[in-house]
Design a protein around this ligand. Structure first.
Ligand SMILES: Nc1ncnc2c1ncn2[C@@H]1O[C@H](COP(=O)(O)OP(=O)(O)OP(=O)(O)O)[C@@H](O)[C@H]1O
Ligand SMILES: [Mg+2]
Length: 285
């Protein structure tokens, strides 16, 4: 179903399949702890790229490097969007402004603001001034204001959150807060969307909803998705490619099929429960 965004949701300047994000030989240490060691990744426009691995494998650290929260000791991160950008030493807001949007393992929203205000705040990263966002909003030409509000309304409709638009975030159940956080990331008009465990703590129905929204954003609007997720069923179902981290190193990469049959991966997921999950059947749609 094409809902027809009146404005572009996907801000990437690339064509599907072109190299969008290149992570090269990344190394990140915290004192004596090596969180990432020689990690290479190449992510292409339009794909759903999953990053999996046991607890403490370095998945969140990798996302934090990409979004500028952590700065690696070695390696570099290149992002392609109207030319090449080296993200390695940029600050988070500079990276966000290039269209790298993300959600967090622990929800990061303005908890005492409404859903609508959170979405508006997500969009304002593109505004050039540090003045109050509302001032900028009122400074826009009327036509721009209308287009901007329509864009936010499109996101609300896409995520089916009309009924809670004026609710304060802190009063919402966890699953809905996760959905609002996805909306806040979409309001940035992403070129690439980094999702850190978007289904963690959800029940089966909420997970299915979230998987559907992620697929919608990817298939209908072409936004590249980088997905960290522990639920192997979801990962195997919706990902085009999967990379596996273990103790900070990439130990496998390939299609879901290739990865789940890889002996190194099965070994990393010690315990038969995980191995059994990896062997579950899957399909993308
Ligand atoms: N800010 C930090 N300071 C110190 N150590 C850190 C920091 N962030 C991460 N680490 C360490 O880096 C390693 C990788 O952590 P990370 O959070 O990236 O793992 P993860 O794969 O996201 O795990 P999980 O599945 O539990 O979320 C761990 O040993 C962790 O303790
Ligand atoms: Mg993590």
């Amino acid at each position: 179903m094409q809902r027809g965004f009146s404005s572009q949701l996907n801000s990437s300047s690339l064509r599907p399949g072109e190299l969008q994000l290149s992570v090269e030989h990344l190394q990140l240490n915290f004192g004596g702890v090596t969180a990432l060691l020689g990690v290479d990744l190449q992510i292409r426009q339009g794909e759903i790229f999953a990053i999996i691995g046991p607890n403490g494998a370095g998945k969140t650290s990798l996302l934090n490097c990409i979004s500028g929260l952590y700065h690696p000791q070695r390696g570099r991160i290149l992002f392609y969007h109207n030319g090449e950008h080296d993200l390695t030493h940029l600050r988070p807001h500079q990276i966000a402004r290039l269209g790298v949007a993300r959600t967090f393992q622990n929800i990061e929203l303005f908890r005492h603001m409404t859903v609508l205000d959170n979405l508006l705040a997500g969009a304002h990263i593109h505004m050039k001034s540090n003045l109050l966002a509302s001032l900028i909003y009122w400074g826009m030409a009327q036509r721009e204001q209308i287009q901007f509000r329509r864009f936010i309304e499109d996101i609300i409709e896409l995520l089916e959150i009309q009924a809670i638009r004026n609710k304060v975030v802190a009063t919402l159940p966890y699953g809905l807060q996760k959905r609002v956080e996805l909306g806040r990331a979409l309001a940035l008009r992403p070129a690439i969307l980094l999702l850190d465990e978007p289904m963690a703590g959800m029940n089966t129905e909420e997970k299915e909803d979230m998987a559907r929204f992620i697929l919608d954003v990817n298939e209908e609007y072409g936004v590249t998705i980088v997905l960290i997720e522990h639920d192997m069923g979801v990962v195997m179902d919706i990902s085009d490619r999967v990379a596996v981290l273990n103790f900070g190193q990439k130990i496998a990469e390939g299609t879901p099929d290739e990865v789940r049959n890889n002996p190194l991966v099965i070994e990393a997921y010690l315990g038969e429960e995980h191995a059994a999950l990896l062997s579950r059947p899957f399909s993308k749609s």
